[in-house]
Design a protein around this ligand. Structure first.
Ligand code: PLP
Length: 402
């Protein structure tokens, strides 16, 4: 009898499973639209020039690697505040934002969840239906019951799919006081559908009226309409006087997936209160992994802190955003040209890296087995993995299964 006799095999991560299947597929035309990663037009993971320049400067002046402060590199935290809230915003200037460097956006969510468990131990967490797979698992593991609010409805827009905003709002308005609501700040994963600014106002009104806690997950800032444009939703929450949580990820926007660069920001009501919050966030970090790693944070701090590199980053991020939008248009046009009679133009109204295509599980399975085109069973495709070489093949394949 071993200590581990009763240990069950955990289910495989669905996306990881797809990746393994993709790697083993011998189809020479195979296309991986499963994983949420941006690839350039050559199908390559980009190494941004701004990142290379920052790394070169770091290598020219090598430094020893001491421990970072528990909350990370001060210049990094300040740069995140600037991106998310605006460096000159009242909320930042008055010391009401506590920002800590975190291990990716996931780390930011986890530190926030651990802190919330201490201050709101009996709260329920509401996530969108559907949401990023890890939201449920992460908050469940942090000890919260997790429920959903309606979000995507395939029957909306005459069956083309869309947001069930009335359902979402009704759920928020019926939520118990203190409920934690996880919201995608922009570029909703997995659907690609964001609510409008006017709908955000209604969400904010519900959060305020019901005394809910908003936790905004911002994993794609800059992939929607621009850095400031995507950040505008945060300013709306701040203007409403709400105490909010914001997780930030630079995995996609800096193409630094493996460096695990992210952050958590919490907005307090006064500087004194925010200082107390920060002290508790540090405890959460200390007891999880003590302090964050240096390299990725140093790169991002160097880029954001240098006007030339920052301009270069904004240009490169803009190019990624524009390329994705061009691929959406090409997909719509290509599907039409390939003979798909259904109006697929909704793909260009979606935003960010993903598209809920409306394809059924059977159709997704056929795409995979007959054509080597990999998306998730839910019909999610990563449009950021389309390029000028694979787009025609993907359109032809989809046309054959719908
Ligand atoms: N939140 C959402 C909505 C995501 O899509 C992702 C990554 O795919 C994350 C958080 C996690 O980001 P990171 O890889 O920086 O941990």
């Amino acid at each position: 009898m071993s200590l581990f006799t009763a240990v069950e095999m955990a289910p495989r991560d669905p996306i990881l499973g797809l990746n393994e299947q993709f790697a083993a597929d011998t189809n020479p035309n195979k296309v991986n639209l499963g994983v949420g990663v941006y690839f350039d037009d050559n199908g390559k993971l980009p190494l941004l020039q701004c990142v290379q320049a920052a790394e070169k400067a770091m290598m020219d002046k090598p430094t020893a690697r001491g421990y970072l402060p528990i909350d990370g590199i001060a210049a990094y935290d300040a740069a995140v505040k600037g991106l998310v809230f605006g460096a000159d915003s009242d909320v930042v200037k008055s010391g009401r934002v506590a920002t800590v460097q975190a291990i990716g956006g996931t780390g930011g969510l986890k530190i926030g969840a651990d802190f919330l468990k201490k201050i709101s131990p009996n709260a329920t967490v509401l996530i969108s239906d559907p949401s990023w797979e890890n939201h449920r698992a992460l908050f469940t593991n942090a000890g919260f019951p997790v429920d959903t609010y309606p979000y995507f409805d395939q029957s909306a827009n005459g069956g083309l799919g869309g947001i069930n905003f009335d359902g979402m709002l009704a759920k928020l308005n019926a939520a118990a006081e203190g409920t934690i609501v996880l919201l995608h700040a922009c570029c909703h994963n997995p659907t690609g559908y964001d609510i409008t600014p006017a709908q955000w106002d209604q969400v904010i009104a519900a959060v305020k009226a019901r005394n809910l806690t908003a936790f905004l997950d911002m994993a794609y800032q800059g992939f929607g309409y621009g850095i400031a444009e995507d950040g505008a939703v945060i300013a709306k929450f701040v203007a409403a006087g709400l105490n909010i949580f914001v997780s930030t990820s630079f995995s996609k926007s800096f193409s630094l997936y493996g460096e695990r660069v992210g952050a958590l920001s919490v907005v307090g009501s006064s500087k004194e209160e925010t200082d107390r919050v920060l002290s508790q966030l540090k405890i959460a970090i200390r007891t999880n992994y003590s302090n964050p790693p240096t390299h990725g944070g140093a790169i991002v701090a160097a880029v954001l802190g240098n006007p030339e590199l920052r301009a270069l980053w904004e240009k490169e991020l803009g190019e990624m955003r524009v390329r994705i939008k061009a691929m959406r248009q090409k997909l719509v046009d290509g599907l039409k040209a390939a003979g798909v009679s259904k109006d697929m133009s909704f793909i260009t109204t979606q935003i960010g890296m993903f598209s809920y295509s409306g394809l059924s599980k059977d159709q997704m399975v056929r795409l995979r087995s007959e054509f080597g085109v990999y998306g998730t069973d839910t019909g999610r495709m990563c449009v950021a993995a389309l390029n000028s070489k694979n787009i025609d093949y993907v359109c032809q394949a989809i046309a054959k299964v719908v």
